[in-house]
Structures are given as C-alpha cells and as structure tokens.
Write a protein that binds this ligand. Structure first.
Ligand code: GDP
Ligand code: MG
Length: 178
C-alpha cells in the first residue's frame, strides 16, 4: 500500500446551525478506517485516513468554530491553523450565506497571498421548499472568491464524501505545486 500523506488540517467555518457538526460526524463515521476523535478548546477534532484516487491521506478535521464568539482566541487559532477550509452556509438561511462571504474575506485578509484551498458549501440542500439561496448564487459567490463550490445534505448524506475528497485533491494539487 502506498504511504499516506498528511496529516492535513481542515477547518470547518460557518454560522452556528448550518450543519458543520453534522458534516463532521459523517466524516468521523467513515467505516474504512479507524478514526480518532478528541475534544479541544471546546470543539471537536476528528482524524481519519481515507483513500482518494488510490492515495491515502490523513486528515485532521476541526469542528470548533463558534460564530457567536467573534474575535476570540479560538477563532484566531482556527483561521491560522488550517491547511484548508470548508466554509459552510445553509441554503435555507440567507444570512449564513452572507456570513460565508465575510468569512472568505476574513480568510483572505489573514492569509494574504497564500493559496489555501477553500470550498464553499451550501448545506441542507434536502430542504428544497425552504431554499433561500439558489445554486447559481452559490456558484457565483464561489467564482468571485476564487474557491470551489458544492451543495450537500448532511441529513441525506448527499455529496458529503465528494466534499471531503475534493478538499484532499485540492490539498494535493497545492502540495505538488510547491
Ligand atoms: P453546526 O452548529 O453548524 O454544527 O450545526 P449542526 O450540525 O449542529 O446542525 C444544526 C441543525 O441542523 C441540527 O438540527 C441538524 O440536525 C440540522 N442539519 C444539519 N445538516 C442538515 C441537512 O443537511 N439537512 C437538514 N434537513 N438538516 C440538517
Ligand atoms: Mg456544531
């Protein structure tokens, strides 16, 4: 078996209630590996080794962002320690979408000139009748902010693995270009 790369640290960002922990628990429950989890700074940390395109990668996923805790030490740590970021909003909550854009701007400010992989995630796409943000708005926002985009449903387990695989592919591309 090929050696695994990483660990890569991937940080979940986004408003409270958009589904970050739901996404993290799907990641934590991956059955093809023995993951570990622990608590840190009032949040949770999950580690998994997963195979993407035939290559193993170890990912440490941080679920400790608290959107109420503006400017806190934990928020600072989150923004500084990520090798990659998953910015989540709920398609049923326009304000979470606007906050996702602000987070993108904040990241760009904190990590100037660095090509950190970022994926914008529109979660809760199962709630079609409560949709407040269209797919095309999500896509357009990602294009403006030069990041990838995907809609997911943690509840239906839709597109959640493509999300994590996508971030690993981006991390490898970045590694290979260094
Ligand atoms: P967090 O604050 O960002 O960690 O959000 P949580 O993961 O705690 O989710 C907040 C609420 O949204 C919970 O009641 C979840 O069950 C629900 N939720 C999360 N993801 C989805 C989803 O994809 N679809 C639906 N319908 N509900 C979801
Ligand atoms: Mg949570």
């Amino acid at each position: 078996t090929p050696v695994s790369v990483g660990p890569f640290t991937v940080v979940l960002l986004g408003d409270n209630g958009v589904g970050k922990s739901a996404l993290a628990s799907i990641f934590a429950g991956a059955s093809d590996s023995m993951g570990s989890e622990c608590e840190l700074y009032g949040g949770e940390v999950f580690e998994q080794t997963i195979t993407v395109d035939g290559e193993r990668a170890t990912v440490t996923l941080l679920d400790m962002w608290d959107s109420q805790d503006e400017g806190s030490w934990t928020q600072e740590r989150c923004l500084q320690t990520g090798d990659a970021f998953i910015i989540v909003y709920a398609i049923t909550d326009r304000s979470s979408f606007l906050h996702a854009s602000e987070l993108r701007i904040q990241l760009r400010r904190e990590r100037e000139a660095d090509r950190t992989p970022i994926i914008l995630v529109g979660n809760k796409c199962d709630l079609v009748r409560c949709r407040e943000v269209s797919i095309s708005e999500g896509r357009a926002s990602a294009a403006v902010f030069d990041c990838k985009f995907i809609e997911t449903s943690a509840a239906m387990q839709h597109n959640v693995w493509p999300l994590f695989e996508g971030i690993i592919r981006q991390l490898r591309l970045r590694r290979d270009s260094l």
